[in-house]
Design a protein around this ligand. Structure first.
Ligand SMILES: [Zn+2]
Length: 146
């Protein structure tokens, strides 16, 4: 039997969308919420410390911390080559230069690629939701992308 398991994360980031025709072209911040859902079969080996688990929540947390939170939390996220990026490339602040416009959708796709690579055999990424505000989020679902 396949089970889906979800863990919620939060991080603070600021960004600016260069060329956007609205307020988000300015540097501003969000309290992001990230929901990672994985899918797999719970461990059936009664002798394993992971018996009954699809994946240890602690292992998922370590992956997300390592490939997302350490880089994005309390960082200013800017597209490489944008005017803000050129201005702030030598600033003494935590700035992350990404090869894409840091919209909620593009950050989500970046996270999908990063997390997928790190999951153990037999565990699949089923869904990711990235909430930029309390009322706005982007969602990636495995079934939409096979
Ligand atoms: Zn924004």
């Amino acid at each position: 039997m396949k089970i889906r398991v979800t863990k919620e994360f939060g991080f603070e980031s600021s960004h600016a969308l260069q060329g956007y025709d609205g307020l988000c072209s300015n540097i501003h911040g969000h309290s992001y919420k990230l929901f990672i859902t994985i899918k797999g079969t719970p461990c059936e080996d009664e002798k394993s410390p992971k018996y009954g688990m699809v994946m240890d929540f602690a292992d998922l947390k370590a992956i997300v911390r390592d490939c997302i939170l350490d880089d994005f939390d309390h960082a200013l996220v800017l597209q490489k080559g944008s005017s803000f990026a050129r201005l702030l490339c030598n600033a003494e602040t935590k700035t992350l230069f990404v090869p894409y416009r840091p919209t909620c959708e593009n950050m989500l796709l970046d996270f999908v690629a990063k997390i997928s690579k790190r999951l153990p055999t037999g565990v699949d990424l089923a869904e990711i939701r990235l909430h930029e505000t309390a009322t706005s989020f982007a969602q990636w679902v495995m079934e939409d992308n096979v």
